[in-house]
Design a protein around this ligand. Structure first.
Ligand SMILES: *[C@@H]1O[C@H](CO)[C@@H](O)[C@H](O)[C@H]1NC(C)=O
Ligand SMILES: *[C@@H]1O[C@H](CO)[C@@H](O)[C@H](O)[C@H]1NC(C)=O
Ligand SMILES: *[C@@H]1O[C@H](CO)[C@@H](O)[C@H](O)[C@H]1NC(C)=O
Length: 260
């Protein structure tokens, strides 16, 4: 996929740190790696080589290994305050090999930049993969923060009509992703905007979410678009539990990954 080289010439991207939870903030904003290290440090630090540290290492190895098969895995290792919970997800189109590589890099960078933090989350390479961990339970929850929004600086010429097409596209993808029975909660499609413009859309939840929770997360993200990204020809909203994106004339997802 040439999306990275494409993006480097795509200077008109902005990254915006969202204040979704009380004071969620981005610790860094680079194009290829977005991470949040529990900015208030609510969960605290762990001791290097302590029990949590060992459980976390095991949990991260396990999720990285198994997520490559179906694009998602969650695990909990250890008990009580030393329990390490991890989730790994790859975008629905990412192949097992890409998924493994992406998660390996995310793991290395996330544990380095968020060193000794019990809770952290990171997304890599245009959201090809996401890795998160905590000492609290993180599966099954509709978690909308920390989040980040990215948008194209260009406005659509026929904005009203364009916005309507985007909304319809994303609402459809929202319903498809949320109603996926098991496995990947992932939907992609295209729509034709004003002047025959092709619009690519994507909606994805972590599949540990129930249908209603997935729906709720996606509803909130789509509702955010007119506020963050009104009229923009491309935008994305990234949250721990769900991911929404659309782009114009620019395919940002590959063919569907083979089912394991
Ligand atoms: C991730 O870590 C690798 C190896 O340490 C480094 O080369 C790379 O620049 C990092 N990438 C990002 C986006 O931080
Ligand atoms: C946690 O670790 C960071 C450095 O990694 C340090 O700055 C901070 O003071 C520590 N916080 C607590 C509560 O120990
Ligand atoms: C993943 O999370 C679900 C929901 O909390 C849980 O039922 C399941 O056992 C977890 N999977 C693993 C491998 O721990």
């Amino acid at each position: 996929m040439g999306s990275c080289s494409f993006l480097t010439c795509f200077l008109c991207f902005l990254v915006f740190m969202a204040t979704i939870t009380s004071q969620a903030k981005a610790d860094v904003t680079s194009q290829d790696f977005h991470y949040f290290c529990d900015s208030n440090n609510d969960r605290g630090n762990y001791t290097t080589n302590g029990i949590y540290s060992q459980n976390l290492n095991s949990a991260l190895s396990i999720v990285a290994l198994h997520a490559s098969r179906n694009g998602f895995f969650n695990v909990s290792i250890g008990k009580g305050t030393n329990s390490a919970n991890a989730i790994a997800q790859c975008r629905g189109d990412v192949t097992p090999t890409e998924c493994t590589n992406c998660l390996a890099q995310t793991r290395a960078n996330l544990t380095r930049v968020c060193s000794n933090r019990k809770e952290a989350i990171g997304w890599y390479e245009n959201e090809k993969c996401m890795l998160r961990y905590s000492d609290r339970t993180i599966t099954g929850l509709d978690e909308i923060g920390p989040a980040y929004f990215v948008w194209n600086l260009n406005d659509a010429p026929n904005a009203d009509q364009f916005n309507r097409v985007v909304k319809k596209l994303l609402d459809g993808l929202r319903d498809t992703a949320a109603s996926a029975a098991k496995g990947r909660k992932y939907a992609v499609s295209t729509a034709t905007g004003p002047d025959e413009q092709v619009i690519y859309g994507l909606a994805q939840c972590t599949p540990d979410l129930s249908g209603p929770r997935c729906l709720d997360c996606l509803v909130q993200s789509i509702a955010e678009l007119p506020r963050c990204c009104n009229n923009r020809i491309g935008a994305r909203i990234i949250r721990p539990s769900c991911y929404v994106r659309y782009e114009t004339d620019f395919l940002f997802f590959g063919p569907p990954a083979p089912a394991a």
